[in-house]
Write a protein that binds this ligand. Structure first.
Ligand code: DAV
Length: 373
């Protein structure tokens, strides 16, 4: 055992949280058109056809909510770090492509995957998000300098040429029925050209990593994760019923050891439930969202209701207006900490999205010792 200071350690989604990154809304842009984007933005979205920086008043409001969330966490003894925003409103390019702007640095969860003492920067699959990791580099650099065992890793940067995107998805008038059929058949917008994944498609259950195969993560990306995390078992899952399968954290949410809430419109297929059921875990339907529509200019669905942040196996942060989700978790014996965040959703997601774990207590454990497949 080394006596060095440990900064980075987090093996699952529910052990007591002690140190976390909370994103910022500064300078967030609605991305300019690019191949993957159209397919991923809801067809009836008010964002279609507009791009560029979000208005100052919406940025200020989102930052006020994110700052309040950070102080709620700090008052509970959790250390909070914030990214250092780049100027997102600048053109970026690689030898393969150019886009008019970047995106932002609110959803830290999308980029940074913490597994044990490692922080891994995901490949991402939007061109506008190619450089997003740079917002977090000042923090990661500091962790790396202080914590002598911390591993800073980055996944192979993808080329993101047009070959990464299925042409069938380039129309913005596919229609929900066709989308549901395609996603059920696992015919997603991303091809298998090269490994692609977002960190928010991965859930950590000790030795097992559960990864959603969908629009932002392809099978090669999951295979890359499997080869990279050699001491883990990496499982691909998918959730029919979601016309825009982007990130697992408004679909399947572990609350504590043995208990997962699952979006009732996107249930985990029967054969994929075995791993959990064989090991005595319960998967229950989540409560309904409190809203019929997402807030204006928002990419995510109303199911950000279940995008909760577990602070420890008895305490969970739930968005303040999500009364049904709060009630369900309260009945399950959790202390619910209400956090107002809805006016920040448009900047990249909810309470889970805007955070990334740095340190949770606890060690690597095997929660699924029975593996029949
Ligand atoms: O249901 O729109 C949002 C997840 C964001 N990380 C949804 C997924």
């Amino acid at each position: 055992m080394s006596k060095d200071k440990v900064i980075v350690n987090s093996w699952n989604e529910w052990d007591p949280l002690k140190h976390v990154i909370v994103g910022k809304a500064d300078g967030c842009c609605i991305p300019a058109p690019e191949p993957a984007l159209d397919a991923k933005v809801p067809e009836d979205s008010d964002m279609k056809g507009s791009h560029g920086p979000r208005t100052k008043d919406t940025v200020d409001k989102a930052n006020e909510l994110l700052n309040n969330f950070a102080s709620i966490l700090e008052k509970r003894g959790i250390k909070v770090d914030r990214p250092v925003p780049l100027n997102h409103n600048q053109k970026i390019s690689t030898p393969d492509w150019k886009v008019d702007s970047m995106f932002g640095c609110m959803p830290a969860r999308d980029i940074i995957l913490t597994v044990g003492n490692e922080m891994l920067e995901a490949t991402m699959s939007y061109r506008c998000r190619w450089f997003e990791y740079l917002n977090y580099r000042p923090l990661i650099k500091k962790y790396f300098e202080i914590d002598k065992n911390m591993r800073h890793e980055t996944a192979p940067k993808p080329r993101l040429t047009d070959a990464d995107y299925r042409e069938d998805y380039l129309s913005d008038k596919i229609g929900i029925q066709k989308r549901l059929k395609w996603t059920e058949e696992k015919f997603f917008v991303t091809t298998e050209e090269e490994p692609l994944f977002d960190a928010a498609d991965v859930l950590r259950f000790g030795k097992d990593l559960i990864v959603q195969h969908g629009f932002t993560t392809n099978l090669k990306g999951i295979d890359w994760l499997r080869r990279h995390f050699k001491d883990h078992r990496v499982h691909a899952v998918n959730f029919p019923g979601d016309p825009y399968p982007i990130h697992i954290d408004a679909t399947f949410t572990p609350i504590k050891e043995g208990l997962i809430i699952n979006n009732p419109q996107r249930r985990l297929p029967k054969e994929q439930r075995k791993l959990f059921e064989d090991n005595g875990w319960k998967i229950i339907d989540s409560a309904q969202p409190a809203h019929n529509e997402p807030p204006p200019l928002c990419y995510s669905s109303v199911w950000l209701s279940m995008n909760v942040l577990v602070l420890d196996p008895k305490t969970v942060c739930v968005e303040k207006s999500e009364i049904y989700q709060a009630e369900q978790l309260d009945k399950l014996g959790m202390e619910v900490v209400p956090v107002e965040l809805r006016d920040a959703y448009a900047f990249g997601g909810g309470i889970h999205c805007c955070t990334a774990d740095v340190y949770r207590e606890g060690d690597l454990k095997d929660y699924f010792p029975i593996q029949k497949n």
